[in-house]
Design a protein. Structure first.
Length: 182
């Protein structure tokens, strides 16, 4: 009887030890849960600030207030291969270390004007393919997510579900020259 109990407990302990490495006990946890990527709160904050810098607030809401940063993370998580995801995260970390080195503070701690200057400066002057790839990918995803956001699609550029009326019908005259340029 004691041997069976010991074997059961040993099985439970072994099973627990197998799953223990997959648990994340770090203090820095992101608010978004992704299937493939494990990101930190700092990485999430950097992307959130980058999104707000790329398309800032104006007469209409900017990308930050429309939640485009979540779109970026979901697209990176769902659409990129594992190796491109690793390059993206590596580019993100290299970008932040480059900003820290050149501006004395990490990207998310700079004010908006300095963030824009740092982003443009590093994008123009970087020799790292990881950093330029990271910035380009982020910029393209921000643009795509912003243009496909609910606010833009319903308030700014509403799409008519039912086509409108057609123009006047005109008989074609074979002798008449057609001007296709206006």
């Amino acid at each position: 009887m004691h041997r069976r109990t010991a074997i059961k407990k040993l099985g439970l302990i072994t099973g627990g030890l197998i799953f223990l490495p997959s648990c994340n006990f770090s203090e820095e946890k992101a608010s978004i849960v992704l299937k493939n990527l494990q990101i930190t709160a700092k990485q999430e904050e950097i992307i959130k600030n980058m999104v707000s810098v790329i398309i800032p607030e104006g007469d209409i809401p900017g990308a930050g207030s429309l939640g485009v940063d979540n779109f970026v993370w979901i697209m990176i998580d769902d659409m990129l291969s594992k190796e491109r995801q690793k390059k993206f995260i590596k580019g993100l970390d290299l970008f932040n270390s480059e900003v820290t080195k050149k501006h004395g503070s990490s990207f998310e701690k700079l004010n908006k004007e300095d963030q824009l200057k740092a982003l443009l400066n590093i994008y123009k002057n970087t020799k790292s393919s990881e950093i330029s790839g990271f910035i380009t990918t982020t910029r393209n995803l921000v643009r795509q997510g912003y243009m496909q956001s609910k606010y833009i699609m319903t308030e700014i550029m509403p799409y008519p579900l039912v086509p409108g009326s057609f123009g006047n019908c005109e008989e074609i005259n074979p002798e008449k020259r057609i001007n296709i340029y206006g």
